[in-house]
Design a protein around this ligand. Structure first.
Ligand code: AHR
Length: 331
């Protein structure tokens, strides 16, 4: 399902998407220029996409993948950006449902709070396709299908790599993502499933940095200032936070990669560069390229086919051994 796009083109598109996401937060695809503008004319199927936020490279890549694929298939996509706010996401869904959409593509920010969006969609009679994060609800009843990565397994893979790298002992710090999100909860659970099997590994601190690079940097600075015990490893629930942690460590005189091993999740370009430079240990991929898979599922539903209620995207570990070959797929 991954596609390969020249990185310069991807960056240009990323910047235009970032710019378009400002303002009201509500935009209609096509957002990819003149070619895309020709798609989704009168009579086209209208589909709503509720995005969580559109600033981190993972989100930008996910938004672009969905926008480009909609344009390619002549689908009119109505897109909203919740700007990292669950209450806004519920209001966005209300707006999308009022646009006469045939399906709602929902990336739910929180597991429980975002379930209100499912109630609204059910009342409106609009089928929901959940992508990326899970939301509380009955698969096949409250939503048609969820398409996502296995976050537990991502956390487990990150932990196994880190524990092996530290030889089975060490003091760890964890920077976690948005507290009530399935991404943070499941990655944490997967990570801890490995840690619990290693009595020599201690978790010194677990702090919420909301999947944000700047907050992770500030949080790591505070941890460095107040934590008297040695820190051997840092696990971050995404690569943005891993980069923030590395910046804080370097500013405090640490040599990440030598005296502290930092591990993230996503497979972002900055993380791969940091791995190649020896400053970051490893990352686990979390595929943001949802467009082709989502619209394939919608086509199957339109053709009256049955689709499974859960589709899991396989992920893999990246470290120094394969970081260079993974570069073309990074975002
Ligand atoms: O839900 C997936 C996570 O959300 C990605 O790891 C992260 O970068 C994003 O904010």
């Amino acid at each position: 399902m991954r596609k390969s796009v020249p990185r310069t083109a991807l960056l240009c598109l990323a910047f235009s998407a970032l710019w378009l996401s400002c303002g009201s937060g509500k935009r209609e695809t096509p957002a990819g220029g003149a070619a895309a503008a020709a798609a989704g004319g009168p009579g086209a199927m209208v589909i709503g996409f509720s995005q969580i936020e559109n600033r981190n490279p993972w989100r930008i890549a996910q938004t672009l993948s969905i926008q480009e694929e909609a344009a390619r298939r002549g689908i009119r996509l109505v897109y909203t950006d919740a700007e990292h706010d669950t209450a806004k996401q519920i209001e966005d869904v209300r707006y999308l449902l009022a646009q006469g959409i045939r399906y709602l593509i929902l990336d739910p920010r929180e597991y429980k709070e975002s379930a209100a969006a499912l109630v609204l969609a059910k009342e409106a009679g609009v089928p929901v396709i959940i992508i990326d994060r899970l939301v509380m609800g009955v698969p096949g009843e409250d939503y048609v299908v969820s398409i996502r990565s296995d976050f537990f397994d991502e956390g487990r893979m990150a932990a196994q790599w880190l524990v092996d790298r530290l030889g089975g002992t060490g003091n760890l710090v964890i920077l976690s993502g948005t507290k009530e999100s399935s991404a943070a909860m499941d990655r944490q659970a997967g990570f801890m499933s490995v840690v619990h099997a290693h009595p020599g590994v201690a978790i010194l601190r677990t702090e919420d940095a909301d999947f944000l690079r700047s907050l992770a940097q500030r949080t790591m600075e505070q941890i460095i200032q107040t934590e008297k015990r040695p820190i051997h490893g840092v696990f971050c629930h995404n690569d943005e936070m891993a980069i923030g942690a590395i910046q804080a460590l370097k500013a405090a005189g640490f040599k990440p990669g030598e005296d502290v091993v930092v591990v993230g999740i996503d497979g972002a370009l900055d993380a791969l560069k940091a791995i190649i430079a020896g400053e970051m240990g490893a990352t686990v991929t979390c595929d943001p390229y949802y467009g082709p898979l989502v619209f394939d599922v919608i086509e199957r539903l339109e053709a009256g086919e049955k689709v499974p209620v859960s589709i899991i995207i396989p992920e893999r570990l990246i470290d120094k051994r394969n970081a260079v070959e993974e570069l073309p797929r990074a975002f």
